[in-house]
Design a protein around this ligand. Structure first.
Ligand SMILES: *[C@@H]1O[C@H](CO)[C@@H](O)[C@H](O)[C@H]1NC(C)=O
Ligand SMILES: *[C@@H]1O[C@H](CO)[C@@H](O)[C@H](O)[C@H]1NC(C)=O
Ligand SMILES: *[C@@H]1O[C@H](CO)[C@@H](O)[C@H](O)[C@H]1NC(C)=O
Ligand SMILES: *[C@@H]1O[C@H](CO)[C@@H](O)[C@H](O)[C@H]1NC(C)=O
Length: 585
């Protein structure tokens, strides 16, 4: 059952819908910026309901008129939808909006929270024209990296770099001459990640799905790709184009008994869970099926080591447009295509302009790696099939519990709900997917478009067309009034403290906290408490030969309900064979 939860606070925006398109959570400065239609809101992450400060940034009247003439929807398309918000430096934020199909970007001055109108510039190649097209951008060292469409029709999709400290400001992008670099892509996320201790090796990893002709048929496949941060393009060819771009397929499938796998091919969201080694975050990915036969979603987990292994492996080769991709077995030029230039490796190759011509022409025709990247456990850690919704968003929290560390996933759906899930590995390495809570955040079914988590505040921010909601990461008190109920819930955030089911704090030196995430066995935890065998009894009067409504609501997703019937004059309690949560009897 989905719990309709009391959110901590809610921001609805104007009466005709929020049209939230970007979120920037800044935990350090305790603020939350929300990019929406013609507005940027400055919200208080402690209480979204508090009246926000706002910047009004509409599209120009001419552009709105032209957008209407082009047959676009006045409310949903012909306005300035703010799609990118980034901290640029200590005093300025960089923002981009669609500008009624004429994208613009500008700086916002933090202190006064004002748009600097003198800084408005074209947002082409930085921001999509279309408010609804998937898009991603990331700002690193004052450079803006964006995966976006670059034209009105949204056909040409590209990964670009722009901005940067002057005088370095020029665009660099993926090549368009070959459609197998990036083809009708939908960009999901981009992340700066160091590869080695040498800063010259620093890369931007990005994730997208695209239309591919890898088999004989046109299909949608998901990708991980990367470029070197110090790529400045080629000298004679690929000028102002990436010369270090490589991509590999990201596979998420369930092995079938007959060797036919069920594939989840359409990447929807990525979350990077940090580890102690910042070169090796854990990559969580949400996929859906592209199958018209059934709807399903899956979460797959990847390691950076496996991703790097694919990029260090063989290249894929295509002889011509009518040929299939095969493993490239010819000579590989030096330096290995995709390697970042570095004086440390070769004093003659200081920048990508020093690459020999054959390296540049090799990368033009071999951007795809032959080997795919497979999930860590060989299969998804969580799947949902044959349900009336799909997964759209993911954030992951690492939670320390009494019996170890758990990764708790919060999964947004297209039905306005969020699933809270933990995948538990047993001693024999089998894993168990446990749905801890199913929270109906928005009453009207609506797609969850964005999610941000604040570990510091223990809050989750959930955005949709309906509004932005703030919910707590846990609601331990809802698991009931008994040790056994708390234990059975198996929620790593919660433990029985002797009186109530409450937030588990690992550092606390309080008396033993009762918690058993791995097995959820109350007998091992609550044996000495009175409640473990307590049964709630309720007497209900009813009219003979008439129906009476009986109800038993489970407090946790882990509870199982069994109905018994005891007939008049009989001592026997007979188990009813049917399953129901509420029965007419
Ligand atoms: C931040 O960037 C803006 C825009 O380039 C610039 O005007 C401002 O001086 C910078 N602030 C600092 C502290 O560097
Ligand atoms: C692993 O242990 C669990 C119970 O702890 C059991 O349900 C499962 O069948 C076991 N799996 C294997 C492969 O032995
Ligand atoms: C209830 O129904 C049973 C069987 O249908 C019948 O024997 C009995 O007389 C009924 N009792 C009353 C109070 O109507
Ligand atoms: C039977 O129950 C319904 C409601 O459950 C009630 O409206 C009705 O009056 C009852 N009939 C008798 C005969 O008591």
């Amino acid at each position: 059952p989905r719990t309709l939860i009391p959110f901590v606070s809610l921001f609805l925006g104007p009466s005709d819908g929020l049209h939230s398109h970007s979120l920037l959570l800044d935990e350090e400065r305790g603020r939350l910026l929300l990019g929406a239609r013609d507005h940027i809101y400055l919200l208080d992450p402690d209480n979204l309901a508090r009246a926000p400060r706002k910047i009004y940034w509409p599209a120009s009247r001419d552009r709105v008129e032209m957008c209407k003439l082009a047959g676009k929807n006045v409310n949903l398309e012909c306005a300035n939808f703010v799609r990118a918000l980034h901290n640029f430096n200590r005093t300025h934020v960089y923002a981009c909006g669609t500008g009624a199909f004429h994208p613009n970007c500008a700086f916002i001055e933090d202190g006064v929270f004002q748009l600097l109108s003198g800084t408005v510039e074209s947002g082409r190649l930085k921001c999509p024209f279309d408010p609804l097209q998937p898009f991603t951008s990331v700002l690193a060292d004052q450079y803006l990296y964006a995966g976006t469409s670059s034209d009105f029709l949204g056909k040409d999709t590209t990964f670009t770099r722009s901005l940067g400290p002057p005088p370095d400001q020029h665009y660099i992008r993926t090549d368009i001459s070959e459609d197998y670099w990036i083809n009708e892509a939908r960009f999901i996320s981009a992340h700066p990640i160091a590869d080695t201790y040498n800063p010259d090796d620093d890369k931007i990893y990005f994730f997208f799905r695209e239309v591919s002709w890898e088999g004989n048929d046109k299909s949608i496949l998901s990708r991980v790709a990367r470029v070197c941060k110090n790529d400045v393009g080629g000298l004679r060819s690929l000028t102002n184009k990436w010369t270090t771009f490589l991509k590999a397929r990201l596979v998420c499938s369930i092995p079938g008994p007959d060797g036919v796998d069920t594939h989840f091919d359409e990447l929807q969201d990525i979350f990077l869970l940090p580890t102690r080694d910042d070169k090796n975050p854990v990559v969580y990915a949400v996929f859906t099926t592209s199958s018209s036969i059934f709807r399903g979603s899956a979460v797959c987990v990847y390691s950076m080591a496996d991703i790097r292994a694919a990029f260090n492996g063989p290249y894929a080769h295509k002889e011509g447009p009518d040929h299939r991709w095969v493993e490239y077995e010819g000579r590989i030029p030096y330096p290995r295509p995709g390697t970042c230039p570095s004086k440390t490796y070769d004093p003659k190759i200081k920048t990508t302009k020093d690459f020999p011509d054959e390296v540049v022409s090799f990368i033009r025709f071999h951007p795809l790696m032959y080997r795919s990247v497979y999930p860590l456990t060989g299969r998804p850690v969580f799947t949902r099939v044959r349900v009336d919704y799909v997964l759209t968003q993911i954030v992951v929290d690492r939670v320390l519990a009494e019996d170890g560390q758990y990764e708790v996933m919060f999964l947004g759906t297209d039905a306005g709900s969020v699933l809270k899930v933990v995948s538990i590995t047993q001693e024999n390495w089998s894993t168990e997917e446990v749905v801890l809570e199913e929270l109906q955040i928005f009453q009207v079914p609506t797609t969850i478009l964005s999610m941000e988590m604040s570990s510091k505040q223990q809050q989750l921010y959930v955005g949709s067309g309906q509004g932005l909601a703030q919910v707590s990461l846990s609601r331990c008190n809802l698991y009931g009034q008994a040790c056994a109920e708390c234990c059975l819930a198996r929620d790593p955030y919660c433990a029985w403290d002797g009186h109530t089911c409450s937030r588990y704090v690992p550092a606390s030196k309080r008396r033993a906290r009762r918690q058993d995430i791995k097995h959820g066995d109350p007998a091992s935890q609550c044996w000495d408490t009175e409640d473990s065998i307590r049964v709630e009894e309720r007497v209900l009067f009813a009219v003979q030969n008439n129906s009476t409504f009986l109800e038993c609501i489970a407090k946790s997703q882990q509870a199982q309900i069994t109905w018994f019937i005891q007939r008049p004059g009989s001592e026997l309690k007979e188990e009813k064979s049917y399953h129901c949560r509420s029965c007419l009897s």
